[in-house]
Write a new protein. Structure first.
Length: 425
């Protein structure tokens, strides 16, 4: 429950990056030793991933709420995914990690937020190019290879998941593997850094071409790693500061990762100040309209598109958002409209009418970032907003109620946060 229309003021510490965590946790299976991972966000996806690794025979120990020690030496290569976790999207990283380390893996098909089909054809293309056979049946993916031999792989889509997955599958492949047209997200660099710390030989992560020279499993060492801060969590709080005409400082961030958003907020009239590991956003009552096109990093992140759309309802004119990464990532617009937004969708573009008067209502989160969008809009809306299905939000935001309260928001969790099951007539 959020009572909005109050400027947020204060500082918020940003947690570790969800999309780095869900790659580096399975990467410990690829490295195969005993690894301590620090700065993990305390979110559902991390808790779920730990449960999956334990079900595979890896020994997991939380040394503190955000530090995980994984002993991957005895993990097996068949994943018995507990039913409640089959919805996880990032379970696909287990395929690359296990194929790389064991040349064999059986992993349930991944789930994930439902904004358009989420194929993994590019992942499979990479695995097959390395010499694996891939069979999909009974809802699982079976991959195996006699040998994994380095080769050149060209991605038809600069897919984040495929880039990381093929990188892991190639760590021990014989010779050199080149991945071309790969994505450049910070969490790709983070995962490559972890694997290189352990003894892998990965060059070019963060650029459009990644080269992996195969190493032996005996080359790998037990190494610890601290993951990067979450650019999407940081961006969500920055946007919350802007939409409430407040003044929010996000701390423990890497300002360089936030450049696309910072530039857009400045274009809209917000004041942005940045230090080594913090950014201050001073919102303005008069916000200019703008246009946003989501692109792969370093472009404007698709995971901030819903939150940005909420902010653009407050610009003093019509704004336009084009979603180039996912085919159907405007499904949240119906719920945003219940709070007073006026948005017209044409294909991959949204036209957002400005100066919309937002008023509280009962809305439902339909996926993780759609939920974040509703939180941002509710913080600006007059009156009370009740958001159901907050489990989506808990997947990617650590302690969101406490963090918002510390910024002065009037927010509380009620009941189990689940939408009442409305029986179809
Ligand atoms: C990762 O998803 C993130 N999830 C997503 O974050 C993020 O939105 C996305 O990257 C883009 O940045 C995780 O890291 C766990 P993609 P992923 O492969 O890997 C198409 C969040 O809110 N595609 O880059 O699934 C695909 O359909 C989540 O934290 C293929 O066609 O994204 C999509 O249109 C949401 N074939 C586009 O590429 C493939 O084999 C981008 O997908 C793979 C992808």
């Amino acid at each position: 429950m959020i009572s909005g229309n109050k400027p947020l003021k204060g500082r918020v510490d940003i947690s570790g990056a969800k999309n780095a965590a869900v790659a580096i946790i399975p990467a410990t299976l690829c490295a195969g030793g005993v690894h301590t991972i620090e700065n993990l966000p305390q979110i559902e996806d991390v808790r779920n991933y730990i449960a999956v690794l334990e079900s595979m025979g890896a020994k997991c120990r939380l040394l503190n709420p955000s530090t995980l020690q994984v002993d991957a030496r005895k993990a097996n290569s068949t994943v018995h995914m507990p039913d409640n976790l089959k919805g996880m999207r990032a379970s696909y990283y287990l395929i690359g990690a296990l194929l790389g380390r064991y040349k064999h893996a059986v992993v349930p098909m991944p789930g994930g937020c439902n904004f358009g089909s989420r194929p993994i054809d590019q992942h499979i293309k990479g695995f097959e190019a390395l010499g694996a056979t891939v069979v999909q049946e009974h809802g699982s993916i079976f991959v195996s290879a006699q040998r994994l031999v380095g080769t050149k792989i060209y991605l038809d889509v600069a897919s984040v998941g495929a880039t990381i997955n093929i990188m892991m599958a190639a760590v021990y492949a014989e010779g050199e593997t080149t991945i071309e047209n790969c994505a450049k997200e910070p969490h790709i660099v983070d995962c490559a850094n972890f694997l290189n710390m352990c003894g892998a030989n990965i060059k070019g992560a963060g650029t459009g071409v990644i080269r992996i020279l195969g190493v032996k499993t005996s080359d790998m060492k037990d190494r610890d790693y601290t993951i990067i801060p979450d650019q999407i969590e940081a961006g969500t709080y920055m946007i919350a500061g802007a939409i409430t005409s407040g003044e929010v400082v996000v701390r423990k961030v890497i300002p360089k990762h936030m450049e696309a958003l910072s530039a857009k907020l400045q274009e809209m009239g917000c004041e942005i100040f940045a230090g080594d590991d913090w950014i201050k956003v001073r919102g303005k009552t008069e916000l200019k309209p703008t246009t946003v096109t989501t692109l792969y990093y370093p472009g404007f992140p698709t995971d901030l598109q819903p939150q940005m759309t909420a902010l653009l309802t407050q610009g003093n004119g019509t704004s336009y958002v084009t979603e180039t990464v996912f085919e159907n990532r405007f499904q949240y617009i119906d719920q945003l409209a219940r709070l007073g937004a006026k948005v017209k969708i044409e294909g991959r573009m949204a036209a957002i009418e400005g100066a919309a008067r937002l008023t509280g209502a009962h809305v439902e989160a339909t996926d993780l970032r759609a939920g974040a969008c509703l939180v941002v809009a509710a913080l600006a809306a007059e009156g009370a907003t009740k958001i159901s299905n907050v489990h989506f939000i808990d997947r990617g935001y650590e302690n969101i109620v406490d963090k918002l309260k510390a910024l002065g928001a009037s927010v509380r969790r009620i009941g189990d946060g689940e939408a009442p099951i409305v029986m179809e007539a």
